[in-house]
Design a protein around this ligand. Sequence first.
Ligand SMILES: Cc1cc2nc3c(=O)[nH]c(=O)nc-3n(C[C@H](O)[C@H](O)[C@H](O)COP(=O)(O)OP(=O)(O)OC[C@H]3O[C@@H](n4cnc5c(N)ncnc54)[C@H](O)[C@@H]3O)c2cc1C
Length: 501
Amino acid sequence: MLDYLVVGAGSAGCVLAARLTEDPGVDVLVLEAGGRDSKREIGIPAAFSKLFRSEVDWNYDTEPEAHMAGRSVYWPRGKVLGGSSSINAMMAIPGHTADYDGWAALGATGWSWDDVAPVFDRVRASLRVEELRDPNPLTRAFVEAARQAGIPPSPALAPTALDGVRLTPVTQRAGRRHSAADAYLTPALSRPNLTVRTGAHATRVVVEGRRAVGVEVGAEVIQAREIVLCGGTVNSPQLLLLSGIGPAAELERHDIPLVHELAGVGAHLEDHLAAGLLVESRKPVTLYAAEKPLQLLRYFTQHKGMLTSNVAEAAAFVRTSPDAAAPDLELIFAPVLFQDEGLVPPSAHGFTVGAVLLQPRSSGMIRLRSADPLAAPAIEPRYLSYPEDLRTLVAGVELARRIVSMPAFAEIAGQEVQPGDEPVEDAIRNHAQTLYHPVGTCRMGVDAMAVVDPELRVRGLEGLRVVDASVIPRVPRGHTHLPTLMIAERAAELMRGRPAG
Ligand SMILES: Cc1cc2nc3c(=O)[nH]c(=O)nc-3n(C[C@H](O)[C@H](O)[C@H](O)COP(=O)(O)OP(=O)(O)OC[C@H]3O[C@@H](n4cnc5c(N)ncnc54)[C@H](O)[C@@H]3O)c2cc1C
């Protein structure tokens, strides 16, 4: 029998595939619903939004959001080897030490900053993090303007000193995307004890008594000693619910027999919401020109030029109140007009400053839309359900305006496109978008709503873990890719009973 069956070859699944198969006596099978990561745009950093609504995207949309003008918000998620790390914006900023100490305080024993700092070091030994090769002149102007507005430079945007402004450190290798598949999975593929099946969509976890014994893929049942769900914040809770593991009332609504009652499955969905300040540029140097022949030539011959841009080229972390224990707002600079959730090409030369609410009070849930395992679940982030969240974002847009009014932008900033004449609150409700960091739907902890314990075992069952961004108890004040890799590194250590290597 297989030792480990890993469902999902995304950020976390790639780490587990690599770490668990370091032990030659252990057999691992990884099931991935998507295909191989051979699409050319995956490698080209500036092309990440070209992957939106493509075959490598689950292509989700939220339910209509009550406090967001009734809009359905577009939610990309990677459906391909590497998962969301194959389509993400490559920002390598794992948050603040207070995030991890906060997790431990919420009951996630073993996940404080002191516990996880060495695990992050292991991630950095496998995943390449580089400086941007060719930051845009407008991005340098943003860093200077932020400084002029009183935001100090940050040495590295590292958890121990997050406050301040800096060019974004990126998960790239020589100007190309370095995904979790590149860093972890691909180097392990030649091992005889690792099998990866693409196009394999897991539809149910099979439980006998109190023990998970296998996974259904269509009509086939695959058995394993231990099953690890790495489907991400949307799909892991969906798969648990489809398997009869979750809140009884939700399962009853879809005539799914109750296998194990677990009230928190799908609850506590948190995400980062981003509100944009969009301004036209008087200098024609933005990523609007990224696909011009000269840039294509520079990229394909030297791995340089605008196509190496991760779009979100700089970030500033600030505290909106002097009482805040850590930054509560991020401003992201993109030297392009990021319009309509990135789903349309820019209409002119311009730039975007995205204000990101780092510690939202609003939270929502993932539910089933139907018992059909291939149907998309219902995603309800319930953005802005607390008025404080809207107030902080308004402060963020106003701070972005102040930065753009600084001397460094004097010869650059043209007409404001958004909010423009619209009241800021309306513009946020009408245009704010996800920053793609959903977490929490299989939250770890020890309270009644926790789905997994601090060793990431599904509470009340044997042989079943969840290891992905869904176990995060509170969204970090940073970006979720590196934290997810850290979680998987630590999970591998817990499963093997010793550190990697
Ligand atoms: C557009 C975008 C931009 C982002 N930008 C950044 C950024 O700049 N910096 C940052 O830190 N974070 C960023 N993120 C977030 C970050 O990439 C994710 O938090 C992280 O990759 C999540 O990892 P995961 O392992 O939880 O899930 P994923 O990486 O999404 O992996 C889940 C995998 O499971 C597979 N799967 C799901 N269900 C099944 C099933 N039933 N059967 C088989 N396989 C299944 C999926 O196809 C996928 O491959 C971004 C995300 C997106 C989408």
